[in-house]
Write a protein that binds this ligand. Sequence first.
Ligand code: ZN
Length: 336
Amino acid sequence: MSDAEAYVAFRAVRFAENGGEPFCPHCGCDAVYEYRARRLFKCKACERQFTVTSGTTFRSRKMSFPDILMAIALFVNGVNGHAALRLSRDLNCAYKTAFVLTQKLRRAMGSLQAENTLTGMVDIDGLYVGGHIRPANMKADRATSDDRKAYSKKRLSIVTMRERRVGGRSRSFAVSSEKAAVPFILEVVSPAAHVVTDEGSAFGKFFIPFADHSTVNHSKGMMINGVHTNPLEAQHMRFRRGERGVYLHISGEHVQRYADEFSWRDDFRRASNGQQFRVVLGRAATLRPDAELVGYWQKRPAWLLRMKQRRGLMELTRRRRASLNRPTSWVGPPTG
Ligand SMILES: [Zn+2]
């Protein structure tokens, strides 16, 4: 694609909600002047200038449009993920550029996963990531005889809810423990769902208010009397392969975005790469800027980061409260 062709394609996707015709990102007015000499528009109502990327996550971009489109096509094609270093070599750009770009695409994938209530048969399970303590060289110096039991407080759990039906959707949340995921489960899974969990986890031991709840004891077998969570185990193993084989290290502060990425990859695994490309491009081109990713590599004062994180948390709480029309309180174990 030439630069002009890529620009036309990007512009059509960016303004798709207005039939491909430009509208003002500041006030929403669709009466605009279009400059002939530059790729610039001016709103007739508020008289502010804007471009095709103004007000989106690609604002202030320096990467060319063909490179952005190429990056999306390459990134969605990576079955087990696509490392930023590899992308930087593919596109001949800096590693830092590729890193932030992939995080933005993960955000786009995550926002595509939002707002759906999972129903029918829903598997729920957790996957522990991070917090590995390297065993001491000499066996006598090791704190515990079983290395698998040695973890630091950095360990997180990725809890995934996954519909069993063909074309089913999934949601993943990175939380401190499986128990901490219960409010998310109540938010995302329909009360009418038939939930399947394992027994060893926080959800197996306690009663969660759903229409039906089957458990499988994983210490005895993966499938007992036809009850299993195997499709979800397979999805988690794809995350594990991505973590170990492609990304090698995932920072704790970014785990949620990677969880969203693998949840999206799994949901769209049967789509052709053309469809995957269009879905992610369509979302990324209209995505609002993310406070945590704007100026990511610039030095920022700690108070600004804290403020942004707090604002993000407040926004999450507000959204959760707004969407929640059933009790958030966790019902304890059944009595009697
Ligand atoms: Zn305007």
